[in-house]
Ligand binder design. Structure first.
Ligand code: SF4
Ligand code: SF4
Length: 102
C-alpha cells in the first residue's frame, strides 16, 4: 500500500489483504524491523502477521477506508507496490475493484 493523501489506496487496501505470504520481510535493516510492534510480526519473524490473508497492520474497512497503521515502518514489499502495477491490480481484481491504469 502507498499512502499519499490523494492515493486510491485510502479507499482500497486490497494488496494488504490478498495473500498472507505477501508482506514478507526482505532486505530491511534489522533495526528498522525492530521498530515494528511485535504483535504485528509473524511468529517466525518472516514478515507481517496476518489474520487469514489480511495483514494485522491494516486498519479500516477494505474498499471503504483503509490505512497502514505502521505506514512509516512498513516493509519494502509494501513500499514497492504502487497503484496500477501488476500486484495492485491482481489484488484489486480479487476484490472486484476496478483496475487502475498507470
Ligand atoms: S491494491 Fe493498489 S490501490 Fe489498493 S491499496 Fe494496494 S496499491 Fe493501493
Ligand atoms: S504493513 Fe501496511 S502496507 Fe504492508 S501489507 Fe501491512 S497494512 Fe499493508
Amino acid at each position: 500500500m502507498t499512502d499519499p493523501a490523494e492515493s486510491p489506496c485510502q479507499t482500497c487496501g486490497a494488496c494488504c489483504a490478498y495473500d498472507k505470504n505477501w508482506p514478507r520481510f526482505s532486505l530491511e535493516a534489522e533495526e528498522d524491523l525492530a521498530l515494528i510492534p511485535e504483535a504485528l510480526v509473524a511468529l517466525d519473524k518472516s514478515g507481517m502477521r496476518c489474520e487469514g490473508n489480511r495483514c494485522a497492520a491494516l486498519g479500516g474497512e477494505i474498499g471503504v477506508a483503509t490505512a497502514c497503521t505502521i505506514y512509516g515502518l512498513r516493509p519494502d514489499v509494501c513500499r514497492a507496490c504502487q497503484p496500477g502495477d501488476a500486484e495492485c491490480n491482481i489484488a484489486r481484481a480479487h476484490y472486484g475493484f476496478p483496475q487502475i491504469r498507470q
